[in-house]
Design a protein around this ligand. Structure first.
Ligand SMILES: Nc1nc2c(ncn2[C@@H]2O[C@H](COP(=O)(O)OP(=O)(O)OP(=O)(O)O)[C@@H](O)[C@H]2O)c(=O)[nH]1
Ligand SMILES: [K+]
Ligand SMILES: [Mg+2]
Length: 364
């Protein structure tokens, strides 16, 4: 039996099993099996098969945004509208066949925007060029899910399911579970809160499924079976997603209003160039980038040339961005801005910077 059939079998069994307390355990084990087969499906083929030509585009700029969507939702039209790259757009499906990079410059940051072929249902199982497309999505700092506002609401759930199936977890945090495989000692199970989905027996059996007999587990939040499996498999990618409904020129104002009120959602018309500025602003906002300025002793800060950093960046990151060896010769830094109690404040390498901070590095 092929792996896809095995997956199908388990999915059918899960579907026909009633969800209640009595079957919870059985369902948990089925889910563990399912996740294992899905993981096998994702394993890269060992023989170096032909690479998707045009799909492995170099990362460039400060962040990467990847457009994912069904065919003809207007991905290429968007690329053409907000970057200076031209990607062919057309009224027929699968106009775009490769990965086409564009560049957005905003707030001093350079954001790489990737246009990709449309994906279809079943993409995660290898239909169309889905696997390749989704592999690119894994490299993104932000997924821009392109949706057609004139089409059924179901498209969003379908796309989400495709991304889920390849281990992408969108707009959620990594489960708060400590998990470490050990050489011996059996399963050590601990929790810091009440668990309503998991217990020691179920956890042990799920781990047996993966042939893990020695491990340390500390569960710090009320996780589901799926969340626990995610942590065991370990190859999950937790990624932000911004939903973009295109073609609002074709729907009623009431519909537009309804769509726009959903979380992490922007409504646009790429063809009529409606709301595109707001979209770029929201892309920037969702990327969580921050900009700091540097200053030399006795000089004014250079406000024309900020450094773009990721959220959570420290003074050490600032050093690395300026020069590779700067952190080694670091003595202290002076920081002006919202990250400090008073300005300037003398701080160490571990100090978290905030956007619009001014940083002066003092070396030994
Ligand atoms: N009414 C309307 N049509 C649009 C809008 N944006 C794009 N289109 C049309 O939608 C069709 C598909 O646009 P594309 O940009 O090729 O879509 P795509 O998602 O890149 O499609 P594939 O590359 O085939 O997956 C074209 O006929 C566009 O003219 C819009 O805002 N409003
Ligand atoms: K198209
Ligand atoms: Mg296209």
């Amino acid at each position: 039996m092929g792996i896809l059939e095995k997956i199908g079998d388990i999915e059918r069994e899960i579907a026909r099993t009633q969800k209640n307390k009595a079957t919870e355990h059985h369902l948990g084990l089925l889910k563990a099996k399912l996740a294992k087969f899905r993981a096998e499906l994702l394993e890269p083929k060992t023989s170096g098969g032909p690479k998707g030509e045009g799909f492995d585009v170099m990362k460039s700029g400060d962040a990467r945004v990847v457009m994912i969507g069904f065919p003809s939702v207007g991905k290429s039209t968007l690329l053409n509208a907000v970057t200076n790259t031209q990607s062919e757009a057309g009224a027929y499906e699968f106009t775009t066949l490769t990965c086409i990079p564009g560049k957005i410059e905003y707030q001093g940051a350079i954001i790489q925007l990737l246009d990709l072929p449309g994906i279809i249902e079943g993409a995660s199982q290898g239909k169309g060029r889905g696997r390749q497309v989704i592999a690119v999505a894994r490299t993104a700092d932000l997924v821009l899910m392109m949706l057609d506002a004139t089409k059924s609401r179901q498209q969003r759930a379908l796309l989400e399911a495709e991304l889920e199936a390849v281990g992408l977890r969108i707009n959620c945090a990594r489960p708060n579970i400590y998990f470490k495989i050990k050489k011996g000692g059996g399963i050590s199970f601990n929790k810091t809160c009440v668990l309503t989905h998991l217990n020691e027996r179920l956890v042990t059996q799920i781990l047996q499924n993966y042939r893990i007999f020695n491990a340390e587990i500390l569960i710090r939040e009320d996780c589901t079976v799926d969340q626990f499996i995610d942590v065991v498999l370990g190859n999950r990618k937790y990624i932000k997603c911004l939903y973009c409904y295109n073609k609002i020129d074709e729907i009623t104002i009431e519909e537009v209003d309804r769509l726009a009120r959903q979380p992490h959602t922007v409504v646009v018309s790429c063809e009529s160039k409606l709301n595109l500025d707001y979209l770029v602003q929201q892309i920037w906002y969702h990327l969580n980038l921050l900009r700091v300025y540097t200053k030399k002793r006795g000089e004014f800060p250079d406000f024309d040339d900020g450094l773009i950093l990721r959220n959570g960046a420290t003074v050490e990151h600032v050093c690395h961005t300026i020069h590779r060896s700067l952190a080694e010769n670091f003595k202290y830094a002076l920081v002006w801005g919202t990250s400090t109690k008073h300005s300037p404040q003398r701080v160490g390498l571990g100090h978290l910077v905030e956007t619009e901070d001014v940083v002066q590095i003092v070396t030994k």
